[in-house]
Design a protein around this ligand. Structure first.
Ligand code: CA
Length: 221
């Protein structure tokens, strides 16, 4: 899971980054509200840690902007002890939870896990497009009622496309969501896309290449 830390005190920001990376999370850091907002809009995060008092744009404003933009990523607001009254406003602005600084890393990890879990429960577990049915909990795929066997990557790729059906996913977004990286061999996506298409879309009616943009999964007709 990729996390975003928006925190203007470098010691706290980079201390958290180190601690969270040690737990296996991928972490991005933004040191002001605007930079944080840009990243949150651009990339897919599992949870956003958002300080309340930030230069350029406050945590509360960032939160409100993201919610207005339709971004539902769980937001954990970080507040100083003397701003505890502000936490209510943070929650009103669309944050999911808050933590008062200074906090124990253990507490932070528990909150992140809980928010991540809530998010995955909230998401649909069975997706269908055309003759395809994707059961994301059982990790099973059927095409016109017949089971199709996919590799782990093919499955993740199909799930990412199906969760965004009708929309175009760029190679960059696919690399981030499926491979958790920006840095992969240039042919990685097309290689797996080719084998996925052979298995789930032999007639080429579901997965479309949008030249220069990416890929899109759509119901035929
Ligand atoms: Ca601050």
């Amino acid at each position: 899971m990729r996390l975003l830390i928006v925190e203007d005190e470098p010691d706290i920001a980079f201390g958290l980054e180190t601690a969270l990376k040690r737990e296996g999370y991928l972490v991005d850091v933004a040191l002001d509200g605007l930079a944080g907002e840009d990243l949150a809009i651009e990339r897919a995060y599992g949870v956003i840690l958002l300080d309340l008092m930030l230069p350029k744009k406050s945590g509360r404003e960032v939160c409100r902007t993201l919610r207005r933009a339709g971004i539902t990523t769980p937001i954990l607001m970080l507040t100083a002890r003397d701003q505890v009254d502000d936490r209510v406003e943070g929650l009103d602005a669309g944050a999911d939870d808050y933590l008062v600084k200074p906090f124990a890393i253990k507490e932070l990890l528990a909150r992140i896990r809980a928010l991540g879990r809530r998010e995955s429960d909230r998401r649909e577990s069975v997706l269908s497009v055309g003759g395809l049915t994707i059961d994301t909990l059982a990790h099973q795929v059927q095409l016109d009622g017949e089971e199709v066997r996919l590799t782990k990557r093919e499955f993740q790729l199909l799930e990412a496309l199906a969760r965004n059906r009708g929309r175009v996913l760029s190679r960059e977004v696919i690399l981030q969501r499926v491979w958790n990286t920006d840095d992969a061999l240039p042919n990685t996506v097309s290689f797996h896309m080719k084998s996925l298409r052979r298995k789930v879309d032999p007639t080429g009616v579901l997965i479309h290449t949008v030249h220069g943009l990416g890929y899109s999964l759509r119901s035929p007709g």
